[in-house]
Design a binder for this molecule. Structure first.
Ligand code: GDP
Length: 365
């Protein structure tokens, strides 16, 4: 019987031979070639040559939380260490609105004009972890420096604890110095602990203050004032000059009450206007005088050695802490022990001992 499918009019059901396909749909499309990962030696060579792109990439590795990035970063840092150290490191602190970015912009231009070399501006911003983005060290805040060919501005690393953030900034200092940056500014907000961190990595700690309405010293922690090698009262301009001078006098009086610092240097108080660029030269005269003074009496090296020691112990403490708190068994026990302490069923010490004993037993396994 004749079947309809065999009829010629159903020819459409047979498979046609295809047409030839072009070798590429878009012959102009270029496949993205993955950049080959630089070796440790490539990083070191690039940094020592002063290649800022490679320096930035290395800093990104320093800031990374990935173990494989950290491994490369640590090797690079170690190899850069012999090229580092040849700089002046200045810590700059002040509450938000004190005029840090305005000041750093003019300070930066001043030091670059004053002597040969390059300037790196780094930051430690303990709040950046929460806000997931650092304001300090933001290039847009330093209009002139950000376009200066001899400056390198890097915002605060944002991952981890204050100690972790600070350690990364310290490691970045080493890389910057190896890349020929001989002036380093480390900026921080005046909120307390971050000053201690900055103080532990700089040669001179500059505290920017404002003249307020009443007692200038209120609200400034004694510890922060004690760390300062110089206090500068900003915005001494227009009708604020007298107030700024009065504030300076109050700070001077207060500083007299503190014991003399180990450096043998008596911290000074100056007034200036970052915005109008007045009194800036005097501030840097003071800082350079300090550097000469402590280099002559040996304190400069002593302070750097103490800082190296401090960072060794800080790193040990940080890693021990991480190892303890990230231990799965400890993690699973922690909230229960805490509850027992809160309900008065265990004393703090017994709970702590129990957790630590468990941790040490875990290590032995
Ligand atoms: P930061 O938050 O400490 O970085 O402070 P900024 O540099 O952003 O300055 C805060 C505000 O103070 C800005 O509006 C600046 O224009 C102003 N300011 C900074 N320096 C001076 C100064 O020397 N004199 C006056 N009158 N205002 C200033």
């Amino acid at each position: 019987m004749e079947h309809p499918e065999n009829n010629d009019k159903y020819k459409g059901l047979t498979v046609n031979a295809g047409i030839e396909q072009p070798s590429s749909v878009n012959p102009y499309f270029k496949r993205k070639v993955r950049k080959p990962q630089l070796s440790v030696q490539d990083f070191v060579d690039g940094i020592v040559k002063g290649d800022v792109t490679i320096l930035s990439q290395a800093v990104t590795l320093v800031e990374s939380v990935k173990a494989e990035h950290q491994a490369i970063a640590q090797e690079v840092i170690e190899k850069c260490l012999p090229y580092s150290g040849n700089s002046i490191r200045i810590g700059i602190s002040g509450v938000p609105g004190a005029g840090k970015s305005t000041s750093i912009d003019v300070f930066g231009l001043h030091v670059l004009e004053r002597s040969a070399g390059k300037l790196a501006v780094l930051a430690i911003d303990p709040s950046s972890e929460r806000s997931k983005g650092s304001i300090l060290g933001d290039k847009t805040r330093m209009e002139q420096l950000s376009v200066h060919p001899d400056s390198f501005i890097r915002p605060s690393p944002s991952a981890g604890s204050l100690g972790g953030v600070a350690r990364k900034t310290r490691e970045t200092i080493i890389l910057c110095e190896a890349a020929g940056f001989n002036k380093i500014f480390v900026e921080t907000v005046g909120v307390g602990q971050s000053e201690t961190a900055v103080h532990s990595m700089v040669d001179f700690f500059l505290l920017i203050q404002l003249a307020g309405t009443g007692d200038e010293l209120q609200g400034i922690k004694r510890g922060i004032m004690e760390m300062a090698d110089g206090i500068v009262i900003n915005k001494a301009d227009g009708n604020n000059i007298d107030k700024a001078k009065l504030a300076a006098a109050q700070f001077r009086n207060a500083l007299h009450l503190f014991p003399a610092p180990d450096s043998g240097w008596s911290p000074r108080v100056l007034t200036y206007s970052g915005f109008y660029n007045q009194g800036v030269t005097e501030i840097w005269d003071m800082i350079y005088e300090y550097i000469d003074f402590v280099k002559a009496n040996g304190y400069f090296n002593h302070r750097r050695n103490e800082q190296s020691k401090y960072w060794m112990y800080e790193t040990i403490n940080e890693q021990l802490r991480d190892s303890f708190y990230q231990n799965p068994l400890i993690e699973s026990m922690l909230s229960n022990q805490e509850q027992q302490v809160l309900h008065g069923e265990l004393t703090s010490f017994v709970a702590a001992k129990h957790l630590l004993d468990t941790y040490f037993m875990e290590l032995k396994k």
